[in-house]
Design a protein around this ligand. Structure first.
Ligand code: HXC
Length: 530
């Protein structure tokens, strides 16, 4: 009788609420305090602190806080912390829903096990069901060793979700600590990867394995630090100064993106002033008279977009190709531009792959493309040919050709050879093609063309007369072909415009194209050269 009374007292609503509070306290106070002590000592934030900095204050709704693993091997039965090393849930960023998972390195090294995997898959599935971005914050030792093949299975399950979500909802990865082994491949499938300062590393095999297998001695930073991954491998789209900076960048990025492929991007009420301003006028002097001198393409981009504001993607990688989000009349655009100040804006393998992925992202999510061309062509050289510039350079051609979003192109100066064709030409499906009077649309530059076309004639001329003849031929070629007019005669450019009017022309073109609808033939999927 007494036992029964005790049980009734314990089962009272008051006791049950107290029991829930104790469980929450275990997670939110005690475990969080332990996590903070360990992470802060390493200059890192906790999984929960990162989420709080990412999302709108008070908007995070955690799910599966009380999940625990069911593993009994390696003494795990006595160590079953709530949450199992990952914090998951939904929240809002600027009032729009997002799903988040944030790995907790202080629980089993943030490693992936069965319960952990189930939690991550649940928010991924939710994001796909409701159509919102997924943000994954990585800080993990990879597959949980104690759980064996089950851990591997969940990585593969996650990669499958990543692939199915690709082009449906934006996926963003933050690397805030270690990310090693096969675990790197799920961030790599996502649309954007951000690394934070000195505390993050990303590699397929760590320094010890590299040393044991190849004999190379390398530090973790040299192998897969933020600098290496942003400047050399191109795995990372933004190298942040610290975790706060990384999270801020992601918030800003989300502001340019729709929630899913059927949604529209956030729009800001803004109507462009279509009268010429001082900044517009300055564009008339942007291109130097000498074809050998560069100029800064950022000056043109900033003159065309709202408030001169851009969010650059892969800024530290292939600087000869600029890829950036911006807004024109409050609406998102993706800007793809050659940078004459870096390798004369030539397209090499890295530039092609960087821009191709950006173009495909914009196309998948309905973001119009603005292309600014000043390109001497694809980069010649043994190294590039052997590294596959044919296959890898083809990616950009393919990406532009399959993109059905509004496409506006401005040829600023050079558009030679394959560079002309690929940088948003009419023939790859651009809707509005503009050219400055300084545009040179031709198979190649005058000097190279004369060398090829008149080799025999030039050899036949002796002494100083040869140089004079060469210069005359170069001048004639320039006058005839190094202009936009041969292309304009054929309608390959729609309008040759005064540079100062570019902002006005581009704004009008994008207004015109707001209702663009284009469908390609139905198919399972294309086969882009990989
Ligand atoms: C279980 C792990 C773990 C893991 C770390 N821990 N990684 N537990 N499984 N994979 C635990 C540690 O035992 C330790 O527990 C705590 O996390 C912190 O780890 P430390 O080693 O003390 O931290 P640190 O010195 O900072 O080193 C971090 C590290 C190192 C570089 C990540 O832990 C490490 O090398 N871990 C193994 C990495 C790895 O090889 N993972 C498998 C990759 S293959 P205690 O109790 O002492 O605090 C993979 C396959 C994916 O992921 C397949 C996809 C298809």
């Amino acid at each position: 009788m007494g036992n029964s009374a005790e049980w009734i007292a314990e089962a009272s609503t008051v006791c049950r609420i107290a029991d829930l509070a104790a469980r929450d306290e275990e997670v939110l106070l005690l475990a969080e305090k332990r996590a903070a002590d360990r992470q802060h000592a390493k200059g890192k934030l906790t999984a929960r602190e990162r989420i709080e900095l990412l999302v709108d204050p008070g908007s995070f709704v955690e799910v599966d806080r009380l999940n625990r693993h069911r593993c009994t091997d390696f003494g795990m039965a006595d160590n079953r912390p709530y949450g199992d090393g990952v914090v998951t849930g939904q929240a809002t960023v600027d009032g729009r829903p997002v799903c988040v998972f944030s790995q907790d390195f202080t629980v089993f090294g943030g490693s992936m096990g069965e319960a952990f995997g189930e939690k991550v898959l649940k928010v991924m599935d939710l994001a796909l069901t409701i159509g919102c971005p997924v943000i994954g914050i990585n800080d993990s030792g990879g597959a949980r060793i104690q759980e064996g093949v089950v851990a591997l299975a969940y990585y593969a399950e996650l990669a499958r979700r990543n692939a199915h979500a690709s082009g449906v909802v934006p996926q963003i990865s933050l690397i805030m600590g270690p990310c090693a082994g096969g675990a790197v491949y799920t961030p790599a499938i996502t649309d954007f990867t951000v690394m934070a300062g000195e505390t993050s590393h990303m590699f397929v095999t760590g320094p010890e394995v590299v040393s044991a297998t190849t004999g190379e001695t390398v530090t973790a930073a040299e192998l897969g630090g933020a600098r290496v991954n942003s400047e050399m491998s191109g795995n990372v789209h933004y190298r942040a100064n610290d975790e706060q900076d990384a999270l801020d960048w992601v918030r800003t990025l989300l502001g340019y993106l729709p929630s899913n492929n059927l949604d529209t991007c956030p729009e800001y009420a803004s109507t462009a002033d279509l009268r010429l301003g001082e900044r517009d006028e300055s564009l008339d002097a942007l291109v130097p008279d000498s074809p050998h001198r560069g100029y800064d393409m950022y000056r043109l981009i900033e003159a065309l977009v709202d408030d001169g504001d851009i969010l650059e993607v892969q800024k530290d990688f292939a600087a000869n190709m600029i890829c950036a989000f911006a807004r024109i009349e409050g609406r998102s655009v993706g800007v793809v531009a050659n940078q004459p100040l870096c390798q004369a804006g030539v397209i090499d393998i890295d530039a092609s792959e960087k821009a191709a992925r950006f173009v495909r992202f914009c196309d998948a999510f309905g973001i119009p493309l603005l292309t600014l061309a000043d390109v001497p062509g694809y980069l010649p050289g043994v190294g590039q040919e052997r590294a596959g510039i044919i296959r890898r350079g083809a990616k950009l051609v393919y990406a532009y050709a399959e993109a059905t979003v509004p496409k506006v192109t401005v040829v600023v100066r050079k558009a030679y050879g394959g560079g002309y064709a690929v940088m948003g030409s009419k023939h790859l499906g651009a809707d509005v093609n503009l050219a400055w009077p300084t545009a040179e649309i031709a198979v190649m530059g005058a000097e190279a063309a004369v060398t090829v076309l008149y080799r025999r004639e030039l050899h036949a001329v002796a002494g100083t007369a040869r140089e004079a003849t060469r210069l005359r031929l170069v001048r004639e070629y320039r006058e005839r072909f190094a202009t936009p007019y041969a292309a304009a005669e054929r309608g390959y450019v729609d309008r040759v415009i005064r540079p100062a009017t570019t902002r006005i022309e581009v704004t009008r073109a994008l207004r015109l194209l707001r209702t663009k609808r284009q469908e390609l033939p139905a198919r399972k999927h294309g086969n882009i050269p990989l």
